[in-house]
Design a protein around this ligand. Structure first.
Ligand SMILES: [Zn+2]
Length: 256
């Protein structure tokens, strides 16, 4: 019993360790979360391998979502930087690890076979769970809808995750991301009147949408990669990176 007051004293002194004391009675009014972006990935492996990769150093993510949607692993505190985005750019901002939350979704990605590339679908339970998680993060940090992105959006020259089978449309239906309205797309198609705009126009529009890409008017590989990333998201049926009328209409109809 004699040790109790001593313990209490130790706890009390712990509050001003190092001799620093703070007066919290006066607070600034304006401040915001350091989290401005949410980046969505697939792990390109199964759960055991994903867990191993994300717990042994080198790469990390704040959240890992298994296929059954039953559990969400929280692997890095949100106030800490996770290493998931790498060399990245979105709407003029670079190296997004510092200002983002990274979500890894357990999904094998794609398999290349004799008949071409096969992408692996996302179970609905997993997407349902993801949408709840995204809403929670977005609400707490005030993340702008345009800043909820895929790894392929912010690093289109290196990455294709979360891939063309990721249901961005469902995120849009849940009010999480901007989406071109079908009627507006039809309207823009009529305005284009069968004329596919020049490459420089696509480059400018893609930059306006947030992507980083050259603006030299040439249809080079870098430009095709970015257009393919845009198509994977908004028109996954064909994501060959070729400029076409429908992609032009989608770019014009995208609410930003
Ligand atoms: Zn990724």
């Amino acid at each position: 019993m004699k040790t109790l007051p001593l313990l209490a004293l130790t706890l009390l002194l712990g509050g001003c360790a190092g001799g620093l004391r703070f007066d919290d009675s006066q607070r600034s009014v304006d401040h915001s979360s350091r989290v401005e972006f949410i980046v969505i990935h697939y792990t390109s492996s199964d759960l055991p391998r994903s867990l191993q990769t994300l717990t042994t150093g080198g790469v990390s993510a704040h959240y890992l979502l298994p296929a059954d949607g039953r559990r969400i692993y929280r692997m890095v505190d949100e106030n800490r930087r996770a290493w998931h985005a790498g060399d990245s750019q979105w709407r003029g901002r670079t190296w997004l690890n510092a200002s983002s939350i990274g979500i890894e979704i357990v999904n094998p990605g794609y398999t290349d076979g004799p008949d071409g590339r096969t992408w692996h679908p996302y179970p609905q339970a997993q997407i349902d769970r993801l949408i709840v998680l995204l809403k929670d993060i977005q609400t707490r940090h005030g993340v702008a809808p345009v800043n909820i992105v895929g790894h392929s959006d912010i690093a289109p020259q290196r990455k294709v995750d979360p891939g063309p089978l990721f249901p961005w449309r469902q995120l849009a239906a849940a009010g999480l991301i901007p989406w071109p309205k079908a009627a507006v797309v039809q309207d823009k198609l009529r305005q284009l009147d069968g004329r596919v705009p020049e490459v420089a126009w696509f480059q400018h529009q893609l930059e306006r949408a947030g992507y980083a890409l050259p603006q030299h008017g040439e249809l080079d590989e870098a430009t095709r990669n970015v257009l393919a990333a845009f198509q994977m998201k908004y028109r996954p049926e064909r994501h060959d990176g070729q400029p076409d009328l429908h992609s032009a209409a989608l770019l014009l109809a995208l609410p930003l």
